[in-house]
Structure formats: structure tokens, C-alpha cells
Design a binder for this molecule. Structure first.
Ligand code: ADQ
Length: 471
């Protein structure tokens, strides 16, 4: 029996530079969560290796490298991958599921590529699957896959986890292929979401669009019972909570303390994405500076933005808008000795990330929609015995758990400005009390525990589904 993990990307990516192949580690969070399961299961992982090649020798080399690590690449033509990934996944599903309906495109060619890509995943999995296997499929790229596998292997255990929000019925129904998506997911035994709200929205859509009776969190697809449950994803709590004891992190923190002496640091960390509310945050900070002249020169907003989906036009436009708005704030309030906004457009390593989290007096996290938002949890975990305030959007899944943060509506610029003021005026005792309460929650829902709980539930669900089938 194997545990088959399936995600769009493999945890190791292949890069090619002037005919030379190299490797790079990707998706840290999920890989860490699954590491605990490695001891209990024979685990294999199937996904795209990050490169398109039709050269047989190159493919064989990559296959060999991956096989040694129990990784199985799925190969696509560039055209199919583009329609599947840039197209249906990121121009249709991503905007719609994040309530950016105006950005959602419905292109039948993209949909055909989405089907083909899911089929390619299915074929690859079948080469190496048997009826005893447990499948755990991840995210919105692969929503047709549960049913495709079910048709070929009716008795295997299939779990699916959605890392982004599941939208309200009124938004989901805009999708022309909504029924196909729901039927695809219904091939699973267990469907997981970050929050109870996303779970309820999904079940409501199943009831309305497929006409199934919803019984608690369950429904029957033919004779099989399908369960939908919430599993709030966590972080590697130990790693983040202990990082401030590491010598290289301590050295970096000292550097930042020297550089920002006498100034408060507000930090934000995101992938470049319109769902993350980066412009709203800048506007909120602008409003704060406008209303609080006494704080000028004493506060800096550090924005760490990791490049993402550079091929999609909305993302290019957003990058330009952020550049312009940051420049506008700096032009308006900056002096030769003080820049209100410092903005870094790159990924940083773990040491720098932790040192920044630790040094930040405030984390300002303002997504307009976010499945969970792990950055909020990382900030909380790093702040051991160190005051700090988390300002968090009510539209992040994490806001359901991190109740002691200052919760804001990112569309309300005045509320963001007011939250910064409240954070700056908060007593150290209150900051610490709130931090400790949030740390207790983040510790309890660690990523390894999240993965184990999902698999435990999947095994139970599948046994129940099996007994329903034979009764
Ligand atoms: P993301 O949209 O990528 O994930 P998030 O949960 O915040 O959002 O995770 C981002 C990760 O990238 C964090 O671990 C963070 O440390 C890291 N990161 C971001 N910017 C960085 C930078 N400049 N340098 C280095 N590291 C950086 C999707 C969903 C989320 C959901 C996760 C997990 O959109 O809602 O929480 O999956 O399910």
C-alpha cells in the first residue's frame, strides 16, 4: 500500500540553463507537513517537474533522478500546460474562487487543456497504482482528478484538499463548467477545506447543483459516501518558534536593529497577487501617515513580495501599480534620511525571513481573499517572548483561528490606518497576552498534525464508504 501525493508541482523543480539541468526545492509548507507521514507510509509524489522537454534523453535523466526520490513527473506539451495552468487554473478558477469575478475568463480551449492535463495526471498515476493505495490530491489545478481515478480504480481511497477558498454559491454558479468540477471532486472519499465556511459553501453547491441530499457534512454519490470537512492548515511550528535562537538569525536581527534604531517596523510578506490586498495596504499606510504626522520618520513599512505568475497580464499590471504607489508615498513623505516604504521584489531565505518576522513590531496582512495565509501564523510563531502585533484581514482563513489579532476589512482604508495606530499604542503586556493566545492555537494545529489528521480521517471515511457499498 502506497500513499500517493498528487499536486501540480513536484517538491523538487528542474531548471535548464544553457543545456545544463539543475534542481531547486519548491513548496516547503506541504512537503514539511508530509514529512511526518513518510515514516508511516511508503510515500510517492506525482506532479509537474517544472520543465517541458520532448528530448527522450533528458526525460530519462529527469525520470531517473526523480525516481530515486520517489517522485514521478507528469509531462505535458507547452500548449496544454499553458491552457491548463495559466489558462483555466489561473485565469478562471483562481480569480473566481477569490471573488475577482471581473478577472475570470471562460475560454473553452483552456477548459479542454484542463481536462487533458487532469487526464495526463491520471494516466501517470495509473502506471504505478494499485487498489490498496491511498491518494491525496492537492488544490484547484486537479479538481477533475478524483473522479477520473475513481472510474479506473473504484475501491481506492481518495482524499482532496483545496488550498484556496471555496466561494459562495452565487459566485461559484458563474462558472460555466461548475457541475463538471463538482462531479470531479465527488470522486473523492474526503474533501478538505481550510475553514468550515468554505466547507459549507461547497456542500451548498453540491446540494443545489447536483441535487444531492446533504446530511451533516456528508452526501452520497451513487452508493458512496463523500465527506467534506475543514482542516485548517498549519506551519512547522517548531522550526519557526525556535528560529530566533539560531546564531545567523540573531546576527541578522542585530543588523536590522541597528539600521532601524528608533523606528518601528511594519512588515508584510506575500506572493505578488491581486488577492493579497497589497494596494489596499499601501493606501492604509498612506492614510496613517497623513493622519499621524508625529509618526513620520519613526515608522517604516517593509514589503517583501515574491514574484509570481509573471506570464499573466493582471500580475504585470499589479507590479507596476505597486511600484508607482510605493514611489508616490516615498515622494510625498520621504526625506533624504527616511523612506516610509521599503519594497523588495524577491524571495528571501529562511534566515532573513525569520529575522524580519522577529524584528517587525507589526505584521500587516491584508488579503482581500486568502484560503488560509500561512505568513500570519509564521509571524506569530516567531514572536516567542517578544511583543508584536498582528493586523489581519477578516477575509483570510487564518482570521477564523487568530482571533487575538486586530481584524480589519482591507477595503476600508481608514480601518487599516486606525489598526496601525491601535497597534502602536498597545501596551507590551497586551501584545504579549495576545501573542501567547495565538501561539497556543498555531502550536496546536501544526502542519504535521494537519497532514496526519487528514490521512486518519481519509482512512476512516474510506472504510465507511466501503461498508456502505457492500451493505
Ligand atoms: P500562498 O498564496 O502562497 O498559498 P501563504 O499561505 O501566505 O500564501 O504562503 C506563502 C508562503 O510563502 C509562506 O510560507 C511565506 O513564508 C512564503 N513567502 C512569501 N513571500 C516570500 C518571500 N518574499 N520570500 C520568502 N518566502 C516568502 C496558498 C493559498 C493560501 C494558503 C496556502 C497553504 O493561497 O491561502 O494558506 O496555499 O494552503
Amino acid at each position: 500500500m502506497k500513499l500517493q501525493i498528487v499536486s501540480n508541482r513536484l517538491p523538487i523543480e528542474i531548471k535548464k540553463n544553457k543545456d545544463k539541468l539543475s534542481t531547486k526545492q519548491t513548496s516547503g509548507g506541504l512537503a514539511t507537513g508530509l514529512s511526518g507521514l513518510r515514516q508511516a507510509y511508503d510515500m510517492v509524489w506525482t506532479g509537474w517537474p517544472g520543465i517541458h522537454t520532448s528530448i527522450a534523453e533528458e526525460r530519462a535523466k529527469i525520470e531517473g533522478f526523480m525516481a530515486k526520490r520517489n517522485l514521478f513527473p507528469v509531462w505535458f506539451s507547452q500548449k496544454v500546460y499553458k491552457g491548463f495552468y495559466n489558462g483555466f487554473s489561473n485565469k478562471t478558477l483562481w480569480p473566481l474562487f477569490h471573488y475577482f469575478c471581473q478577472y475570470a475568463q471562460f475560454d473553452d480551449g483552456h477548459w479542454q487543456s484542463y481536462i487533458k492535463a487532469n487526464q495526463a495526471f491520471c494516466q501517470r498515476l495509473l502506471e504505478n497504482a494499485d487498489e490498496e493505495d491511498i491518494f491525496w490530491i492537492h488544490d484547484y489545478h486537479l479538481m477533475l482528478l478524483p473522479q477520473m481515478i475513481r472510474e479506473k480504480l473504484p475501491h481506492v481511497k481518495i482524499g482532496f484538499f483545496l488550498h484556496i477558498p471555496f466561494p459562495h454559491f452565487e459566485v461559484f454558479r458563474l462558472l460555466p463548467r461548475r457541475k463538471e468540477i463538482l462531479k470531479g471532486l465527488a470522486g473523492a472519499d474526503l474533501i478538505g477545506f481550510h475553514t468550515q465556511q468554505y466547507t459549507d459553501y461547497f456542500l451548498h453547491c453540491v446540494g443545489q447543483m447536483l441535487g444531492y441530499n446533504i446530511d451533516g457534512g456528508n452526501f452520497a454519490d451513487k452508493e458512496r459516501t463523500v465527506k467534506a470537512r475543514s482542516f485548517p492548515m498549519g506551519i512547522d511550528y517548531k522550526k519557526f518558534s525556535e528560529c530566533a535562537n539560531e546564531a545567523d538569525v540573531i546576527a541578522k536581527v542585530k543588523e536590522y536593529q541597528k539600521e532601524y534604531k528608533g523606528k518601528k517596523i511594519i512588515l508584510s510578506v506575500d506572493r505578488l497577487d491581486y488577492s493579497k490586498g497589497i494596494i489596499q495596504r499601501l493606501k492604509g499606510f498612506d492614510r496613517f501617515l497623513e493622519k499621524n504626522p508625529a509618526h513620520r520618520k519613526k515608522i517604516t513599512l517593509l514589503e517583501l513580495i515574491v514574484p509570481s505568475r509573471v506570464g499573466v497580464p493582471q500580475y504585470q499590471r499589479l507590479k507596476k501599480e505597486i511600484d508607482e504607489f510605493s514611489g508616490k508615498i516615498n515622494g510625498k513623505y520621504g526625506t533624504p534620511f527616511w523612506m516610509p516604504v521599503r519594497y523588495f521584489y524577491r524571495s528571501v531565505d529562511f534566515t532573513i525571513l525569520c529575522a524580519l518576522y522577529y524584528s517587525a513590531d507589526i505584521a500587516l496582512i491584508t488579503p482581500r481573499r486568502d484560503g488560509m495565509n500561512l505568513v500570519a501564523k509564521e509571524y506569530v510563531a516567531v514572536h516567542q517572548n517578544r511583543p508584536g502585533v498582528l493586523i489581519l484581514s477578516e477575509f483570510a482563513g487564518a482570521a477564523q483561528q487568530l482571533r487575538e489579532s486586530i481584524i480589519v476589512n482591507p477595503n476600508d482604508i481608514n480601518e487599516i490606518a486606525q489598526a496601525i495606530e491601535t497597534a502602536l499604542n498597545m501596551s507590551v503586556e497586551e501584545q504579549e497576552a495576545r501573542m501567547e493566545a495565538m501561539q497556543a492555537v498555531v502550536r496546536k494545529t501544526d502542519v504535521k498534525q494537519w497532514a496526519e489528521e487528514f490521512i486518519d480521517q481519509l482512512r476512516i471515511s474510506a472504510v465507511q464508504a466501503e461498508s456502505t457499498l457492500h451493505s
